[in-house]
Design a protein. Structure first.
Length: 154
């Protein structure tokens, strides 16, 4: 299972489109907010790829502020991050605690526009950065019960 992760696209989906077209075997796309309308546009452009998304602090939609995605016996919590102090806590302790409390294997967030990937052995945190600001996105691979996550340049 290969999942592409975008966040903080802020009406700049051209790098997303290019990335989706250039990566073979995309099974799902996750968008961590700001602008969730971009995720809706990607749904129309790539109708065969499931797309999950949340709203961010710049979104005024009815999209959820957080969601859980269960894939291949792995639990992924998706949030924009602004409700979990990601700009003020250097170690993301509130977000980590939320993920651990939920039993999540991986937490995806955005908001900072700064790419970040950490695996502390208990939980993986992934911020794909921003295709507009940092020109980065995330990739998650789930295979044989193991999760790998990375940040890549557009």
């Amino acid at each position: 299972m290969r999942i592409l992760v975008f966040s903080d696209t802020h009406c700049c989906i051209e790098p997303c489109i290019k990335t989706i077209n250039n990566i073979i075997g995309v099974d799902m796309i996750i968008h961590a907010g700001d602008h969730d309308s971009d995720a809706k546009k990607l749904e129309k452009l790539f109708p065969t790829i499931p797309i999950k998304y949340v709203r961010g602090n710049c979104d005024f939609s009815s999209s959820p502020s957080g969601l859980t995605v269960d894939i291949e016996n792995k639990k992924i919590f998706v949030t924009h991050g602004h409700l979990y102090n990601v700009k003020t806590e250097y170690n993301y302790s509130t977000l980590k605690e939320k993920g651990l409390t939920m039993g999540a294997d991986l937490v995806i967030f955005g908001h900072t526009h700064i790419p970040y990937c950490e695996n502390n052995g208990k939980i993986i945190l992934l911020n794909p950065g921003s295709v507009k600001m940092s020109q980065t996105f995330g990739v998650i691979e789930i295979e044989n019960g193991k999760i790998k996550a990375a940040v890549c340049d557009c």
